[in-house]
Design a protein around this ligand. Structure first.
Ligand code: NAD
Length: 419
């Protein structure tokens, strides 16, 4: 391992991401220069964000934007607000975006951003000022042909609207500078649900491949946010029985199935899952180990690790969250015969519809929802079939197959353009 790579490998998420790249690099004999080039990000930006709080105090926050690779197009990736955000995590998530966009064959590279903060403790005004301050500091490094942010954990269409406004103040009206915006500002219909919708399409296809009846299939979802909440609702609509869901504090479990619209209403009204009648309260650790046909981690990274993988009791694992599973856990799951649909494939629906949104903004011509969802379904299922084919042909997991397709595509593009 070279000096650059040693300096690069600093967090658990990076270790996992690197490991997945290394497995493929060995298999396809990727040379040392290319391996290093694909691991080291193009650019890392770390900024100080002074924020005037509602009570007049000034607090200093730190924000990051990591731009991993732009060989195949402008870089693309979400912005998250979370207390655990750090440079290593953002770096790994940025690289994951390069592989995801290559895998589903959209003309983007990978990036990711975040601010280390607890958005639950900030007022709406403070969130707006934090967002505007952050964008002011990175605005010369992003843009529709350079790097296009989107929503991720704890950011939503309103935050994207502030980003669009702040960017446009400096560069002129530019809706294509950010995706996941409200439809009124050039957002795409179907974007809010896109990631969960993609997870739903692939869950259905994976169940079919595993010859598991979708009607009544027991589903456990970790995380009731954008991805998890949408997935739980859409899989219920498909006839699955969602038996457990959770938020950051814990989860609800009812082996006979949860009424997802009632759970969502309860969460919206009380701000918590606690106190919901007709279900047991479980911890997030316990939730992952519940017997079910489908487990969908849709919250944080690094939740399925060596210490708990053997205790998982699902048949199919569909990764809604980014980087939820360690390589050691992957091996354990493979030995147990769990069918793993990997993150860079399973949750690609979000960036796919973000691509549709960017394309619509550039043309100022907007699509109907039926077209968005039809193209989303086709491209997700095509990518799944390709991954499956490569996996069967080479006797490797879906994850290794997905990374192999993506790495081959990016490295070819790098060679064509030159380093
Ligand atoms: P979100 O903020 O809308 O929801 C996150 C959910 O996770 C919330 O219900 C929160 O309570 C829960 N949560 C937070 N910490 C937790 C913990 N420690 N244990 C259990 N639950 C916890 O975020 P989101 O946009 O739904 O993103 C969820 C995951 O999906 C992330 O890994 C994100 O990177 C990934 N992802 C999101 C998108 C997208 O379009 N939003 C696209 C691809 C991947």
């Amino acid at each position: 391992m070279g000096i650059v790579e040693e300096a690069w490998e600093r967090s658990e998420t990076e270790r996992i991401l690197n490991h997945n790249v290394d497995i493929v690099a060995e298999k396809i004999n990727l040379d040392h220069e290319m391996r290093t080039f694909l691991k080291v990000p193009f650019r890392e930006i770390k900024v100080q964000i002074p924020l005037k709080m509602d009570d007049g105090r000034v607090e200093i926050f730190v924000g990051y934007r990591v731009q991993h690779n732009q060989t195949r197009g402008p870089m693309k990736g979400g912005i998250r607000y979370h207390p655990q955000v750090n440079l290593g995590e953002i770096r790994a998530l940025a690289a994951a975006m390069t592989w995801k966009t290559a895998l589903i064959d959209i003309p983007f590279g990978g990036a990711k951003g975040g601010v280390t903060c607890d958005p639950k403790t900030l007022s709406k005004g403070e969130l707006e000022r934090l967002t505007r301050s952050f964008i002011t500091r990175i605005s010369d490094s992003i843009g529709p042909n350079l790097d296009i942010p989107a929503p991720d954990m704890n950011t939503n269409p309103q935050v994207m609207a502030w980003i669009m406004d702040e960017y446009s103040k400096r560069h002129g009206y530019t809706p294509a500078a950010v995706t996941g915006k409200p439809v009124e500002l050039g957002g795409s219909v179907g974007r809010i649900e896109a990631t969960g919708r993609g997870v739903t399409y692939l869950t259905k296809r994976a169940l079919k491949d595993k010859k598991i009846e979708i009607q009544g299939a027991r589903v456990v979802v970790q995380g009731m946010g954008n991805v998890g909440g949408t997935t739980a609702r859409l899989l219920t609509d498909e006839g699955c029985k969602v038996i457990a869901v959770s938020d950051s504090k814990g989860g609800l479990y009812n082996p006979n199935g949860l009424n997802i619209s009632r759970v969502t209403m309860h969460k919206e009204e009380t701000g918590s899952l606690k106190g919901f009648s007709g279900a047991d309260y479980v911890t997030n650790e316990e939730l992952l180990e519940l017997p079910c046909e489908v487990l969908v981690p849709a919250a944080m990274e690094c939740v399925i690790m060596e210490h708990n993988a053997a205790r998982l009791k699902c048949s199919v694992l569909v990764e809604g969250a980014n980087i939820p599973t360690s390589p050691e856990a992957d091996n354990i799951l493979a030995d147990k015969g769990v069918y793993v649909v990997p993150d860079i494939l399973a949750n690609a629906g979000g960036v796919l519809v973000s691509y549709f949104e960017w394309a619509q903004d550039l043309q100022s011509a907007f699509w109907e929802e039926e077209r968005v969802n039809r193209k989303l379904m086709k491209m997700m299922l095509d990518a799944y079939e390709l991954v499956k084919e490569v996996s069967v042909q080479n006797s490797v997991t879906l994850r290794t197959a997905a990374y192999a397709i993506a790495i081959e595509k990016v490295s070819k593009a790098v060679r064509l353009r030159g380093f």
